[in-house]
Design a protein around this ligand. Structure first.
Ligand code: ARG
Length: 438
């Protein structure tokens, strides 16, 4: 059964019907579709547009559809254009003629707009919850592992930091993502229902009432904007791209850390896999998949932007393609956040290996320069002197702290016995603002 057969002489092509249908994708909106319809019907009744009896019949019908979908008694399938058509035709076959009044003073354009907003709001709250657990695990893991480790620039050992500080960098990123998410939630909180196809309706509907019933902060001011606006999806998928970009960088760190070359962490067996041929292999599949899926989320976000950029006002069928992209971005980000939270929670941190890497990297070279500056050597000279010390160490396979004081003095007369204390790795982090690394 079609919602719009009247002006057509020929039935549509079979290929076209399949091409046009979005039911397989948008069936997950059934709850929002029914909630939106119930609010609409309650409003129509309170405005005297539907009678008491009609109202009750439609509400009962919608509720029974919801219950049957939930229990599995009603399968969302068949020859329907989309979830909106599915629910409406199911209602009509359940309650008869009265069901045909459901769509009074409404278009599928404001209907799909309100459904998607309700769904986006629900998913944004879920994302918020998952992001909170991720933040919690990051801080907990960080605070339990204040171990010394090499910090890198250009992937070359640079200065001593702590594993804690390194993880807390990702905590800061996720905190910003949370702020972005809260802002997106604020912006999307507007009710498009009542805008009709694009120009409102001649019926005396009450948009403030549906706004209240659906728990939106306010109603959309402009009808044409209400049915055309997909900004909130683009904003939310943008938040997803940021979250994924951050998860992907952490994944890259993790992949390096659990390689034999680094050996800084051991990933739990539950998040690794083996090789079909090499018996010794333990591969970091979870972070690799996250890194890969980041591309998928970028793709969804870019597709939404591209889809919208050339569309004249107001609704265009192009916009039906928003759902698969939005769902992909949200689903993928949620699963990656959940997996990364567990990867972090269950990994073992190898204190010894990180400590060894610190000692082998001349990571106290900057501090030796700082030491000389304290003895009134200008920094630029100190930098050159320490460079020469490092070269000497490299040529003699040594470390700065293991050189005899007489050897050190050959590079600068200013170096004295107290230097060893100054460049000792544990001590470095107790000086100046480096205390914040601990
Ligand atoms: N399935 C459609 C979508 O998701 C619903 C809106 C249909 N509106 C229309 N004018 N054909 O965009």
């Amino acid at each position: 059964m079609k919602l719009w057969g009247g002006r057509f002489k020929n039935s549509s092509d079979e290929l076209m019907e399949a091409f046009n249908s979005s039911l397989e994708i948008d069936k997950r909106l059934y709850e929002e579709d029914i909630i939106g319809s119930i609010a609409h019907v309650n409003m129509l009744f309170s405005q005297g547009i539907l009678s008491d009896l009609e109202h009750d019949k439609i509400i009962d019908g919608l509720e029974s559809i919801y219950d049957d979908i939930e229990s599995g008694a009603l399968l969302i399938a068949g020859n329907h254009e989309d979830i909106h058509s599915f629910v409406e035709s199911n209602l009509i076959s359940r309650i008869g003629e009265t069901g045909k009044k459901l769509h009074t003073a409404r278009s599928r354009n404001d209907q799909v707009a309100v459904d998607m907003r309700l769904y986006a709001r629900k998913m944004a709250h879920e994302l918020l919850e998952v992001l909170d657990s991720y933040l919690e695990v990051l801080t907990e893991k960080a605070h339990n592992h204040p171990y010394l480790m090499p910090g890198y620039t250009h992937l070359q050992r640079a200065q001593v930091v702590t594993f804690k500080h390194h993880l807390l960098a990702y905590f800061e990123m996720a905190k910003r993502d949370k702020a972005r998410l809260l802002n997106a939630l604020e912006v999307l909180d507007e009710n498009p229902l009542g805008a009709g196809a694009l120009a409102g309706t001649t019926h005396n509907i009450d948009r403030d009432y549906t706004t209240e019933l659906l728990n939106f902060k306010k109603k959309k001011e402009n009808f044409m904007d209400a049915v055309s606006d997909r900004d909130y999806q683009i904003e939310l998928t943008n938040v997803c791209t940021m979250i994924m970009m951050h998860l992907s960088r952490l994944s890259e760190d993790m992949i390096l850390w659990c390689s034999q070359e680094f050996g800084f962490v051991t990933m739990d067996d539950r998040y690794s896999t083996g090789s079909s041929i090499m018996p010794q292999k333990k591969n970091p599949d979870a972070p690799e998949l996250i890194r890969g899926k980041t591309a998928v989320v970028y793709g969804a976000h870019t597709t939404l932007l591209s889809m919208m950029k050339g569309l004249p006002l107001t609704y265009n069928k192009d916009m039906q393609e928003d759902k698969v992209q939005f769902f992909t971005a949200i689903d993928t980000t949620l699963s990656c956040l959940r997996i990364m939270t567990e990867v972090i929670r269950t990994m073992t941190v190898n204190k010894e290996n990180m400590r060894n890497a610190v000692e082998a990297g001349f990571l106290n070279a900057t501090e030796l320069a700082d030491y000389l500056v304290q003895k009134n050597v200008p920094f630029r000279d100190a930098h050159r002197i320490v460079g020469e010390v490092v070269l000497h160490c490299e040529e003699n396979n040594s470390t700065i702290e293991s050189l005899e004081i007489d050897t050190l003095k050959k590079f600068s007369e200013m170096i004295e016995d107290d230097v060893y204390d100054y460049i000792e790795y544990e001590n470095i982090l107790t000086k100046g603002i480096k205390k914040e690394l601990l």
